[in-house]
Design a protein around this ligand. Sequence first.
Ligand code: 13P
Length: 252
Amino acid sequence: MRKPYIAGNWKMNMTPSAGAAFAHDLAEAAKKAGADVKMMVAPPFVTIPAVVEALKGTGIIVAAQNMNDHKSGAYTGEVAPDMLKDLGVNTVILGHSERRSYYKESDEFINKKVLLAIEEGMDVVLCVGETLEERESGKLEEVLSTQLSGDLKDVKAEDMCHITIAYEPVWAIGTGKTATPEDADSAHAFIRSFVAKMYSADIAENLIIQYGGSVNASNVKALMAKENIDGALVGGASLSVEKFLPIITFDK
Ligand code: 13P
């Protein structure tokens, strides 16, 4: 059984004080509602310490949205994995489409970060997904295969338990257009079968695959009902208790 894993990617939102207050309210609301999914929030770097403090003892995971591909050194403006770990952060989102497109992150570069995260004992939420143009030209499977084989290169089978995949079709992010549950499920099924070929049926079976792209209170149930959809990576709707609570309690 794959336990549902619901995550909120705050992107470049929430100052430390706003993030701490929101995290506190979210944890209270989740507890009151009896939410029993695996839950994660990913604040901006500077907001992380305040959110870690606010969520102490709640079981809600605090993740980073990115990290550098080196352990330390002359990389102005960057954040190293051990800095995150020192704050109590052991999970990192890598390969988000906004980083791929705005900051030109390649699969080779993302792979370096994935390998470093694993070496540092961290868990990774690895984002993959196609643009509308790629989908419409029939390249969905080709794009996912290239991303998965490139980003997971040299990741050992025994480390795959530290990897969660987030399928986020670029055209569905922040647009209000969600993939239909059927389309999302078939992309997830493809990812699972590709991982089975790269590794084993067993690893693929246990792999958590989140869907991301305009997930909200009204579409989460139908998405989560699909066989291959094990969770959600939520952007906009993770920024208020009112919108995020129905998502983390989709099974109530
Ligand atoms: P939205 O939920 O705002 O579409 O964002 C999805 C996303 O990119 C999460 O990482």
